[in-house]
Design a protein around this ligand. Structure first.
Ligand code: ATP
Ligand code: MG
Length: 580
């Protein structure tokens, strides 16, 4: 598939909306919402939900509300609210005037709770959270009715008022829905609607000391905003019964809850608790560490919003849990950058080469297109060439295996855009480490071909030594070295952190045109990957580049090899067993 955004593929939610529009169920309205809890930064899983909710609103001429689900004052902070709004905007979506907070509805929710009490549908329970849990029953056993379940409406109203007035300590009492302690769906066994929390709320201050629970708040917030399709992840499937129950009992506007499968991505963790732990305990350098699959991290790494949206579009929306291979995210990034990033040359791990027959002090300039596939698309720059240049250390082998087409003693290669050179001498230090190569060049091969039509197999990139721009290059890789670090029962996911997820190369040498690279620019360093001039650390004259992604999927090979080795070890073990 080419880069750019494709026509949205259809999915079961689109089918529901189209059917609703045909039948006139919502009068043609499509109103969705994105309801984050402001207790952490957004990650790639949230991006899926954002693209889905805002995308549906966009495609059906509706709107998507931004609503902060701020019902837990203990864990929530303004910092998170600000970052979430910034991240959604960065992803390319806008809620216009439709910014809401669940806390805006606290008065209304309180009145709804009073109504349920008056209707005999809710009661104040004096049991502790532990007691309530202990009497909830199991999937095969019904729960026990609370000893306080039969309180009169008057007593309940009085106690709830006093909970509201702050007469009781945290945890002393809760308000529960009166549904059915033998209900086959555990969510319906008299769920808690309100609890006492004598904590200051970042928006309502000290006004409240009782706070509504998620299940009670969410459906009524959706109702108040006249949402049509309330889209959530599959874990809330059982909660749908309660969503519907609350709205039905109160006889208010009733949106439809629809569940879809959350995004699970291999080689990363996504729970906010774990992301927070990685940041707080210093395993990464912050929420925007380029190895984190937070929106900030991906942004700092150099992913574009278009790439993330393309990924979300391609993985689609389904009803069955599944794991997505990181390959697909990286592929979307490659496909997006392929037509956007100019090609340049940068040597990450330099080895110096001197051309013995090239005139000392001579400098030639080659005009090189930024986008060789379609040169007019991005224009060109001039690249200086001289007697001394750098090549990638890994592009030379003293004793190469058969299919090594790069430089080796006596071998000839093509220098990209320049000349053919032949290695004539290898210079080493006391420890036997190669420090420099000597070579000759063929003046007739200017531009990369020769009159005699002689072929060379390899083409390597290079940077003229006197013109090179020293740079710091950071190679980022997957944060974990196994596909599902959280899946091991008796091992901590942090044991699987990839020790090579960040490799800093302080001595990279870039072509002269990159001296003035501006923070935020993206390039392809030929043969090495896509790179991003770090928006914080890069300054003109002092380039710092992050590798966004390699050009090919290097992990596919590694994993395949791991599998082969495991299989071989198993075969060996079997053989040994037979013998023994
Ligand atoms: P966590 O479990 O890490 O705390 P959360 O799901 O509680 O995350 P919220 O802030 O409540 O985080 O999420 C906001 C919205 O994003 C919700 O509608 C939720 O369904 C959606 N969302 C969160 N994670 C994913 C995911 N991995 N895939 C798809 N949607 C997600
Ligand atoms: Mg949540």
């Amino acid at each position: 598939m080419a880069s750019g955004e494709s026509v949205p593929s259809t999915n079961f939610i689109r089918n529901i909306i189209e059917e609703d529009n045909r039948s006139g169920k919502w009068g043609g309205r499509v109103v969705t919402r994105f309801p984050p809890e402001p207790n952490g930064y957004l990650h790639i899983g949230h991006a899926k939900s954002i693209c889905l909710n805002f995308g549906l609103a966009r495609d059906y001429g509706g709107r998507c509300h931004m609503r902060f689900d701020d019902t837990n004052p203990v864990k929530e902070e303004q910092e998170y609210i600000d970052s979430i709004m910034e991240d959604v905007h960065w992803l390319g979506f806008d809620w216009g005037e439709h910014l809401y907070y669940a806390s805006d509805y606290f008065d209304q929710l309180y009145r709804h709770a009073l109504q349920l009490i008056k209707d005999g549908k809710a009661y104040v329970d004096d049991q502790s959270a532990e007691e309530i849990r202990a009497h909830r029953g199991t999937l095969t056993q019904p729960g026990d009715n609370s000893p306080y379940r039969q309180r009169s409406v008057e007593e309940n109203l009085d106690l709830f008022q006093r909970m509201h007035d702050g007469e009781f300590p945290d945890g002393a009492r809760v308000l529960r829905a009166k549904i059915d302690m033998a209900h086959p769906n555990l969510v319906m066994r008299d769920p808690t609607l309100y609890r006492i929390r004598k904590v200051r709320h970042h928006r309502t201050g000290d006004k409240w000391c009782i706070y509504p629970m998620y299940d009670f708040t969410h459906c009524l917030s959706d109702s108040a905003e006249r949402i049509t399709h309330s889209i959530c992840t599959l874990e809330f499937e059982d909660n749908r019964a309660l969503y519907d129950w609350v709205l039905d009992q109160l006889g208010v506007y009733h949106p439809q809850q629809i569940e879809f499968a959350r995004l699970n991505l291999e080689f990363t963790v996504m729970s906010k608790r774990r992301l927070l732990e990685l940041v707080k305990e210093g395993y990464v350098q912050g929420w925007d560490d380029p190895r984190m699959l937070t929106i900030r991290g991906m942004r700092r790494r150099g992913y574009t919003p278009e790439a993330i949206r393309l990924f979300c579009e391609r993985i689609g929306v389904g009803k069955k849990e599944s794991w997505i291979d990181m390959y697909w995210l990286e592929k979307a990034v490659r496909d997006d950058l392929n037509t956007k990033a100019p090609r340049v040359m940068g040597v990450l791990d330099p080895l110096k080469v001197v051309i013995e027959n090239y005139p000392d002090g001579q400098v030639e300039e080659f005009s090189c297109p930024y986008y060789p596939d379609d040169p007019p698309a991005m224009g060109q720059r001039r690249v200086p060439f001289s007697r001394e240049f750098y090549i990638e250390r890994e592009d030379f082998m003293e004793d190469p295996p058969k299919k090594f087409w790069r430089l080796a003693p006596g071998r000839e290669v093509r220098l990209r855009w320049a000349y053919y050179v032949t290695c004539t001498q290898v210079i080493k230090d006391d420890q036997g480490r190669v420090t420099e190569l000597r070579c000759t060049y063929d003046p007739a091969s200017k531009g990369g071909g020769t009159p005699d039509g002689r072929k060379v197999q390899g083409t390597i990139h290079w940077v003229s030594a006197p013109h090179a721009v020293p740079a710091t290059v950071r190679l980022y890789d997957r944060l974990f070295s196994v596909p599902n670090p959280g899946a091991y029962k008796d091992r901590d996911y942090k044991e699987f952190l990839n020790p090579e997820s960040l490799v800093t190369l302080p001595g990279a040498m870039l072509e002269a045109s990159l001296a003035q690279a501006q923070p935020g620019q993206r390039y392809q360093f030929e043969r090495k990957g896509f790179f991003y001039a770090d928006p914080v650390d890069c300054a003109p004259g002092r380039p710092v580049f992050n590798r966004i992604v390699t050009l090919k999927d290097s992990w596919a090979k590694i994993l395949e090899q791991q599998k082969r080795e495991e299989a071989r070890a198993q075969r060996e073990a079997k053989k040994q067993k037979k013998k023994g």
